[in-house]
Design a protein around this ligand. Sequence first.
Ligand code: COA
Length: 260
Amino acid sequence: MAFDNLLINDKDRVRTITVNRPDKLNALNRQTLLELQQAIIEAHGEDTVRVIVLTGAGDKAFVAGADIGEIRAQSAVEARAFSAMGQNLMSLIQSLDKPVIAAINGFALGGGMELALACHLRIASDNARLGLPEIKLGIMPGFGGTQRLLRLVGTTRALEMSLTGEPVAAEHALELGIVNQMVASDKLDSATTAMAGKLATAAPEAVRGILQAINQGADTDLKTGLALETARFALCCATEDMQEGTSAFLEKRKPEFKGR
Ligand code: COA
C-alpha cells in the first residue's frame, strides 16, 4: 500500500518505516497513526521482513508528539478514541514477533517517546531529546507513556519526567536505561544497520520466543513466565535452526539460519 506520511524501504530483510512529516517534526496526526498501523501489519505479514526499524524524516526529530492541532480540536469522546487508537498501535508494535528498533534521530516527545518506548530496542543519536511534555499543554500522555515509562524506569523517574514535562538528553536517557545505545548523529544509520543486521540473521523462532517470553513475562508472575520460557525453549529445539546453530558451534563455523 502507498502511504502519504510514511516512507518504506527494504534492505537485507530489514524494513525501515520513516515517519515523513518533517515540516511538522513528524508529529503523529490521525492519518499517520492509521498508516503506521497498516505498515506494521504489512511488515508483520511479509516473511522476507525479519526486522523493522522506525525512524523520522529529517535531521531534527524522530517524532515530536501527537499532532497538537488535532488534539486541540477534539471532543472528550474523540480524545478517548484517539488515545485508544494510539495505544492500540503501540501495543501492536510491542507484541509483534519481529523485533522493532527505534532509531531516534532527534526529538522524541510525547507520542514520539511513546512510540519509541513501544519498540523493542532504542538507539539514539547524541542530539536526541526524549520526554513526555504533555503536562505543559494541560494534558497527560495518552498513548501508553505513563505505563511503559513506569515499567522501564520505575515510579521515581516516571513521575519526575511526566510531572515536569522536561525532556532528557540522549546521554541521560542512556544512563536511565531508556535507550540501549547512544551514537554520534552521523553514525545512527550505521549503528542501526549493524543492530538490525544481527537480528535479521538470527534464528527467527528463537527471536520470536525471546520477544514473547520477555514482553509477556514483564506483565506476569514468575511461575507463568517460566512456564512460557520452557514452552518456547522446547519449540526452538524442534527447529532445523537449532541443529544448524549447535552443529556450527561444534564445527567451529558461522551458523546459517534458514528460519525452519
Ligand atoms: N504537533 C503539531 N505540530 C508540531 C508538533 C506537534 N506535536 N511539534 C512540532 N510541530 C510543528 C510546529 O507547530 C511547527 O509548525 P509550523 O512551522 O507550521 O509553525 C513545526 O512543527 C516546527 O516546530 P517548531 O516548534 O517551530 O520547532 P522548534 O525547533 O522551535 O521546536 C520542539 C522544536 C520539538 C521543541 C517544539 O516543536 C515542540 O515543543 N513541539 C511540541 C512537543 C510536544 O509538546 N509534544 C507532545 C504533544 S502531545
